[in-house]
Design a protein around this ligand. Structure first.
Ligand code: CA
Length: 238
């Protein structure tokens, strides 16, 4: 747990992962980057660790020996909004979606590179650092796009972009949750209402429209990012 390279003000990362090689790899890689780390290898120890050590962020394996990682997310979300990044195996789309719907912020599919992990951690820390009062600051900006959620106006540079009501609602939801992965189900429920669960193409069509109106190159979006098989994210910085 002690680490000569990290000072005590460095963000503390809880790593809940039972596979020893991955646990070691994560600890070593994050310490080199100047983070402090605390490890746990079971769901029970993980939850205890979080209540005792108050980490800035949690990396959570979904397959733990004593319980499902989803139960850890539900437990943490009972008292805390700290960022949770789920680590899951390839092909576990269903459990990734379940984890995101339970309140996880993001996921990585094993095996992942350390560069990708660090980018996700930085993004989650940025999101967590945004003051709660930002809820009252209804203006936003990503790339050349900026706007005002309260006034329902969106611009690309100086030019105002006309969005339909649903396009705007979808964009607003993504803006309010920027840098988080939002599942198809969540987007459908929030924008189209509870009766729309079986209409996943709505999201795809409206996302394509938003990209055409807001992205420089809609076929290679920089901000409105597809999470294959899972949903979408608004990446606020590129
Ligand atoms: Ca595991």
């Amino acid at each position: 747990m002690s680490n000569v390279m990290a000072d005590s003000s460095a963000p503390l990362i809880a790593i809940i992962e039972d596979e020893a090689p991955i646990q070691k790899f994560l600890q070593a890689s994050l310490q080199v980057e100047g983070f402090r780390v605390v490890p746990a290898t079971t769901a029970k120890d993980g939850v205890r660790l979080i209540t005792q050590e108050h980490p800035a962020i949690v990396l959570l394996d979904l397959g733990l020996p004593d319980a499902d990682g989803i139960s850890v997310i539900k437990s943490i979300r009972g008292w805390s909004s700290l960022p949770i990044i789920v680590l899951s195996a390839r092909g576990e789309e269903k459990s990734k979606i379940e984890a995101l719907d339970a309140g996880a912020d993001d996921y990585l599919t094993k095996p992942f590179g350390i560069g990708e992990l660090l980018a996700r951690i930085r993004s989650a820390l940025r999101r967590a650092a945004r003051p709660a009062a930002e809820g009252e600051d209804h203006t936003f900006r990503f790339g050349k796009v900026h706007g005002d959620l309260a006034a329902r106006r969106v611009f690309v540079e100086q030019e105002e972009v006309k969005l339909t009501k649903l396009e705007f609602d979808l964009l607003a939801l993504l803006v309010r949750n920027r840098d988080r992965v939002l599942t198809h189900q969540y987007l459908l429920k929030e924008v189209w209402g509870p009766g729309s669960a079986n209409e996943p193409h709505y999201v795809r069509v409206f996302m394509a429209n938003l990209r055409k109106k807001l992205e420089q190159d809609p076929s290679r979006p920089l901000f409105l990012i597809t999470e294959q098989g899972i949903g979408y994210r608004l990446q606020s910085q590129t």
